[in-house]
Design a binder for this molecule. Structure first.
Ligand code: F6P
Length: 349
């Protein structure tokens, strides 16, 4: 949808799982739009739900002050999927139509959608319907296709690493095997990075099929080498019976096979909470400010991204619904293996 003259009014929404840095991104978009370009800015509440229901707040500079360091999102979020057909429903969802009505009724020149894979998929579909959309990639999982990094990831790595550091001392005191489950539904980036930062001995990620006997052999070899405790970092998305958590399944199997005392920790939503790290504040701010620059340049239907440390805009078509998974030959994995870190796939022959 072309804009006559300079863009005057934009909307922002945050959708999907929350993470530290969302408010920094909102602030980056909003302050740049208001201070540099004199735009009017509104924030839709609860992700795409706010766009569907015309539920928004005015975002003046005053609302954007003091939020850089605040976790969560001042706009709230939801996992609403406007294009998802209601199960067994025969009516086509009219939510996209409601979104278009909100967009034109408010006289918007663009909507900035801050979110993960699902959010970008919806953003692409709205863009195809003619709305001016810019995406900003966020998630603690770091699995948004098209960018090297999402904000939220660095904060989650710090939280998970601090937890792993603490597990070393209690594992050593009791000579136990400690299992820690971190988030990462599809991709193992968080497990890989926090596992390596925290000195994990075994790291299990969805992208590398593991063998439980291989995991147990590794632990037994460590004990034979007088290493009295082991730290096992698992991504929640690894293959395991769904009636258990990944951590419970792995812990039970290890204790059964090796008869070594084993305990588990599921870190859960702590990884999504609290104030963003300085790196996430900077990344979210850069993404936000660059998104507004893309609006001024009319570069719609894109998602801001970081590629080889350079800010760029990639098409939502390329991004929408794709995942960025850990490559099994990732350089960090290759180095880890050379240092004796196990990914649960040795002794497979
Ligand atoms: O997408 C981020 C994420 O935290 C995943 O790592 C996790 O599996 C999922 O969200 C949890 O979803 P919800 O917040 O809806 O429980």
């Amino acid at each position: 949808m072309s804009i006559t003259g300079k863009p005057k009014k934009i909307g922002i929404l945050t959708a999907g799982g929350d993470c530290p840095g969302l408010n920094a991104a909102i602030r980056g978009v909003g302050k740049t739009a208001i201070v540099e370009y004199g735009m009017e800015v509104i924030g839709f509440n609860a992700g795409y739900l706010g766009l569907i229901n015309n539920d928004y707040i005015e975002l003046k500079e005053s609302q954007l002050s003091g939020i850089l360091t605040v976790g969560g999102t001042i706009l709230g979020t939801s996992r609403e999927k406007p294009y998802k057909i209601v199960k067994n429903g025969n009516e086509e969802s009219d939510k996209p139509e409601m979104i278009k009505q909100t967009y034109s009724k408010l006289g918007l020149d663009c909507v900035v959608c801050i979110g993960g894979n699902g959010t970008m998929k919806t953003a692409h579909m709205l863009s195809q319907e003619g709305l001016n959309i810019i995406g900003i990639p966020k998630t603690i999982d770091n699995d948004v296709y098209g960018t090297d990094v999402t904000f939220g990831f660095d904060s989650a790595v710090q939280i998970a690493t601090e937890a792993i550091d603490r597990l070393h001392t209690t594992a050593n005191s009791h000579q136990r095997v400690m299992i820690i489950e971190v988030m990462g539904h599809h991709a193992g980036w968080l497990a890989l990075y926090s596992g390596m930062a925290g000195g994990g001995d075994i790291i299990l990620i969805p992208e590398i099929p593991y063998n439980i006997r291989s995991v147990c052999k590794k632990i037994e070899h460590r004990y034979e080498d007088n290493k009295p405790y082991s730290i096992v970092v698992v991504a929640e998305g690894i293959e395991h019976p769904k009636e258990h958590s990944a951590a419970s399944y792995i812990a039970e199997a290890i204790e059964t096979y090796t008869e070594i005392e084993t305990r588990k920790t599921v870190l859960g939503y702590i990884q999504r909470g609290g104030s963003p790290t300085p790196m996430d504040r900077i990344l979210a701010t850069r993404y936000g400010a660059f998104a507004t620059q893309c609006i001024v340049e009319g570069n719609f239907g894109t998602m801001v991204a970081m590629r080889k440390s350079e800010l760029t805009a990639v098409s939502l078509e390329e991004v929408g619904g794709n995942l960025r998974l850990v490559e099994p030959d990732n350089s960090l994995i290759l180095k880890a293996r050379k240092m004796g870190v196990s990914f649960g796939d040795e002794f497979m022959s």
